[in-house]
Design a protein around this ligand. Structure first.
Ligand code: PHE
Length: 452
């Protein structure tokens, strides 16, 4: 029998709306900004392979598990974990999993908003023709200038945070759902156009080789952890974002099928973005390991040279901004829902408080790109530290805990009932969740710690 309960915060209007919203959460800066630059930093092909394997073997099964927990719990991740632990007769401390997720979302949003602010700044640069006829050195200078100016970055970060909270304030159907309806298809088309341009650069094959010819000598345990962490990050897993989106999902929708759509779209976007970027890197003798500035130093070159580049440049950064916005709203939604449930405040107040505190941390992140760039811990500045702590530690740990909870704590027939899969499909998924997912994450951690 289908689950007929509802969340107090609302519900998606249809299965399609959920797919859009969850894809909106998954597809974001992670795909277009982060995936290409970490692929460059970690040597290309082999890293891409490990990443794809992690999406298939860990990401998809854990996404199914996380959406399922959300839909069964129908509350913020903290309260969902508490009530599901209770239902299964387990330790109530499982609700700390919700806490770790909420904190991870908060920490991610603090820097996510800063990077999204860069994208906003680039909309205006594109509009005023800053890329037209520029060479690689001028384009790099443009990016370096932005990095050097904390006030500009703070301005855009504030604008982005404000818009995020304005959408979240409007709630499930009015805000989140509307924001993503038209975005995804347009983004896809534009990426295809950019790939088309990359094909004309003469270094297309070199770019594609770099991405798809694996050389496993180029990666080590840290690279494997980064690839695995990114699989969680890009699918919005391990921190409750997909769980809370699942809590707004109508009871009769097939979770497994929708998960395949979401993960598929997410992967295609990341690969398209990389196929568009790396030929440009090679054509202009840029550095593959340029780091977080990579897309800002490559794509404007294409826009500056191609026919229609002025318009495409504007449209691209507008879309990047929207992709970021449809992800950022899901990063803060668990915190907002929890504040409403447990602090008995209105949704708009919850937005103001969570938004302001996240904004403040984001200002510190801005400084880590300039005035505080020398302030480091374990050799990492604040931006790098937050990124490592969340993507490489908190999300994989959260994902592992979700797998353990679903595989070993929750009653099997409850999972069967929620997923309503044919029994062979269910068995495969259950094996992955019970054994493979927790063991794989654990082994990677042991390896990084040097124990294995
Ligand atoms: N998946 C988003 C991206 O790729 C980031 C994100 C992570 C969103 C975790 C929500 C939760 O940009």
């Amino acid at each position: 029998m289908a689950n007929t309960s509802r969340s107090i915060h609302g519900q998606w209007s249809s299965r399609f709306a959920f797919i859009l919203a969850a894809t909106g959460s998954a597809v974001g800066l992670g795909n277009i900004w982060k995936f290409p630059y970490i692929t460059g930093e970690n040597g290309g092909g082999a890293f891409v392979m490990v990443y794809l394997a992690c999406v298939a073997a860990l990401g998809i099964p854990i996404m199914i598990a996380e959406i399922m927990l959300g839909r069964r719990g129908r509350q913020s991740p903290i309260n969902t974990m508490q009530s599901l632990a209770q239902e299964a007769g387990r330790d109530p401390r499982w609700h700390y999993l919700g806490w770790s997720g909420m904190i991870a979302g908060f920490l991610i949003l603090a820097y996510y908003s800063v990077i999204a602010g860069w994208a906003m700044a680039y909309i205006f640069k594109a509009f005023f023709g800053a890329f037209i006829g520029s060479d690689a050195i001028e384009i790099k200078q443009l990016f370096d200038d932005l990095m050097a100016k904390p006030t500009q970055q703070i301005f855009w970060h504030s604008a982005f945070m404000f818009l995020t909270m304005a959408v979240v304030m409007r709630g499930v159907q009015g805000g989140l759902e509307k924001a993503v309806r038209f975005l995804m298809p347009t983004l896809f088309v534009l990426l295809v156009v950019l790939v088309g341009y990359a094909m004309t650069t003469g270094t297309y094959d070199q770019g594609v080789d770099f991405l798809f010819t694996p050389d496993f000598s180029k990666i080590d345990a840290d690279a494997v952890l980064t690839a695995m962490g990114h699989a969680f990050f890009t699918l919005s897993l391990g921190m409750g974002a997909i769980m809370i989106y699942g809590s707004y999902l109508p009871g009769d929708v097939s979770i497994a099928r929708t998960t395949f759509y979401i993960a598929g779209a997410d992967t295609v976007v990341a690969l398209l973005a990389s196929i568009a970027i790396f030929p440009l890197v090679f054509a202009n003798n840029l550095e593959v390991g340029a780091g977080p500035g990579l897309i800002f130093q490559t794509l404007p070159l294409a826009f500056g040279q191609m026919t229609g580049g002025w318009l495409f440049g504007i449209v691209f950064f507008v879309l990047l901004f929207f992709a970021a916005l449809s992800s950022s709203i899901s990063l803060i939604e668990p915190a907002v829902a929890w504040l409403v449930e447990n602090r008995e405040i209105e949704r708009h107040q919850a937005c103001v408080w969570s938004g302001l505190s996240c904004w403040a941390l984001g200002v510190a992140v801005v400084f880590s790109f300039n005035v505080w760039s020398d302030v480091t811990l374990f050799g990492k500045n604040l931006f790098e530290l937050l990124d490592y702590l969340t993507a490489n530690l908190l999300l994989p740990l959260g994902g592992m805990a979700i797998a353990i909870f679903v595989g070993w704590q929750m009653q099997r027939h409850h999972a069967e009932q929620e997923l309503a899969l044919p029994s062979s499909g269910f068995d495969v998924w259950y094996l992955l969740i019970r054994y493979l997912a927790p063991a794989a994450v654990f082994l990677v951690f042991l390896h990084v710690a040097g124990i294995l």
